[in-house]
Design a binder for this molecule. Sequence first.
Ligand code: BES
Ligand code: ZN
Ligand code: ZN
Length: 473
Amino acid sequence: MLEIRPGEVAGADLIVVPVYDDRVFAAGEAYVPDRDASSRILDAHEFTGAHGQTLFLQTPDGPTPEVLLIGLGDEVDAESLRRAAGRVTQTVRGYTTVATTLHQVDIEGAVGAVVLGTVLGAYSFDEYKSDPKRSKFASLVLAGGDDLEGQIAEAEAVASGVVLARDLVNRPAADKPPAAIADIASGLSRRVDVTVYDEDAIREAGFGGLMAVNAGADRPARMVVMRYTPDGATRTVAFVGKGIVFDSGGLSIKPVSGMETMKTDMAGAAAVMGAVKAIADLGLLVNVIGITPLTENLISGSAQRPGDVMRAYNGKTIEVLNTDAEGRLVLADGLALATEYEPDLIVDIATLTGACKVALGPLIGGLFASDDDAADTVIAAAMAAGEKMWRMPLESEYASLIESDIADMKNIGGRWGGAITAGLILAEFVDDTPWVHLDVAGPARADKAEHYITKGGTGFGVRTLIEVARSLA
Ligand code: BES
Ligand code: ZN
Ligand code: ZN
């Protein structure tokens, strides 16, 4: 585990010093002795202080043997600081104790940004490596500043939530049966009460969408309800996360390449778990209900067939014409269940449609909302968190696309606007509760490491959900 603490520079192997564009030092200029010699080296390496630029300097006369300059560019906000810290972390893998003045950059929340960028940038998933290439980086010393401990601990709680989500997503599907995920949810925090519906309880309750998707799988489904209800909280937010531990498409089977990364299809559930844990650790004064329908979407003699009809928890029926559009079926139950807690706001998060990934690419989540207030709440939270979301329309004229000949609706809407028709189906299960749907099919996973994002599961959405809770607290 990476240790982060305030302390003295002396004794560190390296100090990281931030530099704005045009080589204006942001904080810690004094740690770069012999400025003439250094400036010749900066010239030679064309180091300007552009965002993300790095340069090592040997400083035998300084308090540390080496200095690492990190460029911040000309405009610094919390997100660019997180990214700079993440970039540093991926650069200092050979150093054990690293000091820095990055957190002294003069913006609101600098300490938290540096801690978050550092912890997330240092993340790796080594469980299955016999001989992992471990980073030596073990300890970050924040040089200068008073009473940093509280801010460090807060950012560490947020980072732990993201790390939990990344771990859950990166774990192979074979090793994350729904029952195992439910067990992890049960042990999240002593401040969180957890109810797990097993297969019998699922049948009894009538979670027909979850049962329909689970029909082709040997490992039974679980519906998990996590409740964090601190004394004195007056408002309630419900989070619902898609938890398909593997999506083969079912009988409407996916092509080979489309299936490769489908262990990621429980990233919504993972985000909800990470957020609930972090919110409880932070002790935010708001009631949070986290709901995760968990199953895999597989194929067998008992699998659901195209043309079958399922009845969701709220009694509405869906004709399943494509078994690969399974997320909306399990979310139908999860959303209908969420309304029973009478929350002020429901936010669901799901790797729901390839269409959304096509529309917005791998870095941006699609945001659909029942009303402008709900949208504004979540957009503001996403901005504060540094997660990119773009509002998409729930166009009511497209409702005709999901009309079924024999049931209340069908589960696909045709070739065009697939992210929207998916959202319109979900809307049938939230009644009048203010609601936001986040389609994270793109950003839930990254093809390459960059700043504090590591390859694989990203934990996208955890920080937005935490900020939503914070804004209601
Ligand atoms: N899990 C997929 C969506 C997905 C695709 C997530 C790519 C991440 C990357 C979802 O269950 C799915 O297969 N959706 C179908 C819906 C279609 C059949 C209406 C899709 O997007 O193709
Ligand atoms: Zn699918
Ligand atoms: Zn899916």
